[in-house]
Design a protein around this ligand. Sequence first.
Ligand code: AMP
Length: 218
Amino acid sequence: MAQMNLVLLGKQGAGKGTQSQRLCATHFLVHISTGDILRAAVAADSALGRRVAEVLDAGGLVSDDLVNELVRERVARPDAAHGALFDGFPRTIPQAQALDEILAPHGVSLVINLDLPDELVLARLSSRRVCQECGKIYGEADVSAISGTCEICGGDVVQRSDDQPEAITRRLEMFRRDTVPLIDYYHQRGLLVTVDGDGTLDDVTAAIEAAIDRRSTP
Ligand code: AMP
């Protein structure tokens, strides 16, 4: 079976995490979220975690060299042989160039740009909660978000420290500065498809699946 490598681009809160979980299950892809890898390192209080904790709390970007190396190591593991879905990576042009090199000769198959206006991002992120144990994401209306206990694993459901208003604004600015150029980078390579993120979860998933089908059907 051919290797399929998807990249999900989009502002924080556009739905990348939730759509990633769905796409990975359907297409048997490994979910590579650099944010998850970095948060796990912080939670484990590893040497890496201690290096990046302050950057994460402030909503800044970790260095390209460090994240590129984390992704290179993750892609080299056997479970990524069938393909991967990259979520939160690349975030800069140097990271995109590194990814092309890491994935050679297969390369990136499709880049999905999940589009959502800033006002909706702010509303979603300020009410987002996440399970500290299994990573399940909850919105404002979810019982688990209100009760603070994960319905899947019973873990603590908390607000991410970078989902506070100041950090959100900072991340939106960084998105404009660093990530918007990536949209051009992939557009020029004919790999980009833009999907409206302001729909139900199922509508957004269906739009992404249609884009994957179009790409796979010559
Ligand atoms: P995320 O879960 O993708 O929103 O990432 C959370 C935080 O991890 C970001 O605000 C950054 O501090 C850091 N991070 C995640 N992915 C990257 C990346 N590709 N490059 C640099 N920093 C990253």
